[in-house]
Design a binder for this molecule. Structure first.
Ligand SMILES: Nc1ncnc2c1ncn2[C@@H]1O[C@H](COP(=O)(O)OP(=O)(O)OP(=O)(O)O)[C@@H](O)[C@H]1O
Ligand SMILES: [Mg+2]
Length: 315
């Protein structure tokens, strides 16, 4: 996907419920259509990705091919910690002892930096296994920046040794703006826009990563083509009472559409003003889709049009 500039590790983030998972799935479909070996990573106990990708049954921790060129999994952080310990401590016996010790296990499971670092190691292992891009649907914790910084902080704390070296190698990938891209998703609404602006700024100042794109999802399409909106003006000025009863409902609906479109446009303008250098992509609210997978296929088509890509999106 050209907007991602060939980056191979993509994190999709934004406020809860804005459409992160739908956008992740749509980006993945675009990238798979470009002939890449795409891996979608969800990190949620109760995943929402299966219906979006049209997958039957729950996904597990191990990647599975769900469409040509498209793999998906639900990353289990606890499993990543186990794999990281097994891969990093010198002997299997020590690993078993560590993972068998309830106190150690509790620490490994609950210390956020440990778990997040293990997730980074896991993602980098998947990159090394040949998946590219790996597209991660981040949970809506509002801690995206802290999450992305975890392995660097951990490497810094560990300083020397085998584990420090492995962690610092993972941090080098996750914190490398040439390899890692951030996609910020928002709705054209006050609070999600504020959060997107804040996140965009902090990604730059705290991580040195300029988000690749800001996706404004669920923008109300105008009731008539944008260019024809001025033609509606006379209609919008007339009082509804002056109209025949049949016409009132229609004109009322058109007015509501014009108003919603204008309000959304104001939020998009606010984003543009706050983030003049950002690449904004607007996606419309798509009504009447047969199911979530169909929605994603349509969103992927939209993205491809916006990005000027040529390839077809597989259905
Ligand atoms: N452009 C769109 N048009 C119509 N429906 C959409 C659109 N984008 C998302 N949706 C729907 O909105 C709902 C929420 O989307 P999604 O699950 O992707 O949000 P999310 O940000 O991942 O939420 P969460 O924070 O809970 O993970 C879903 O039912 C999805 O199908
Ligand atoms: Mg989600």
């Amino acid at each position: 996907v050209s907007a991602l500039g060939g980056r191979r590790l993509i994190f999709v983030t934004g406020k809860g419920g804005v459409g992160k998972s739908a956008v992740t799935a749509a980006l993945a479909r675009c990238a798979a259509a470009d002939g890449r070996k795409v891996l979608v990573v969800e990190m949620a106990a109760h995943g929402a990705m299966e219906p979006l990708l049209g997958v039957k049954g729950p996904m597990g921790h191990e990647p599975r091919e769900v469409a040509p060129g498209l793999w998906a999994c639900n990353l289990d952080p606890e499993r990543s910690v186990g794999d990281a310990v097994a891969g990093l401590v010198p002997t299997p016996r020590l690993a078993r002892a560590l993972l068998g010790n309830p106190v150690a296990r509790l620490f490994l499971r609950t210390a956020p930096a440990v778990s997040e670092t293990a997730v980074h190691l896991c993602l980098v292992a998947w990159l090394n296994a040949g998946y590219s891009p790996v597209i991660v649907d981040l949970p809506a914790t509002g801690h995206a920046v802290g999450f992305l910084d975890a392995s660097r902080a951990m490497a810094h704390a560990l300083r020397v040794g085998r584990v420090a070296k492995a962690v610092s190698e993972a941090a080098d990938v996750v914190r490398d703006p040439k390899q890692t891209g951030l996609v910020v998703v928002t709705l054209p609404e006050e609070l999600p826009v504020n959060e997107a602006i804040d996140l965009y700024g902090r990604a730059q100042t705290q991580l040195g990563i300029v988000p690749a794109v800001v996706v404004v999802n669920r923008v109300t399409a105008p009731p008539v083509p944008e260019a024809d909106l001025p033609k509606l003006e006379p209609l919008l000025g007339t009082s509804l009472e002056d109209l025949a009863p049949d016409a009132r409902a229609v004109v009322g609906a058109v007015r509501a559409g014009v108003k919603a479109h204008a309000l959304d446009g104001r939020q998009v303008a606010r984003l543009r003003e706050a983030l003049p250098d950002a690449r904004l992509l607007s996606l419309p609210t798509l009504h009447g889709q047969a199911d979530e997978a169909a929605l994603v296929v349509r969103l992927a088509e939209r993205l491809r049009d916006l990005l000027g890509g040529q390839r077809a999106v597989p259905t």
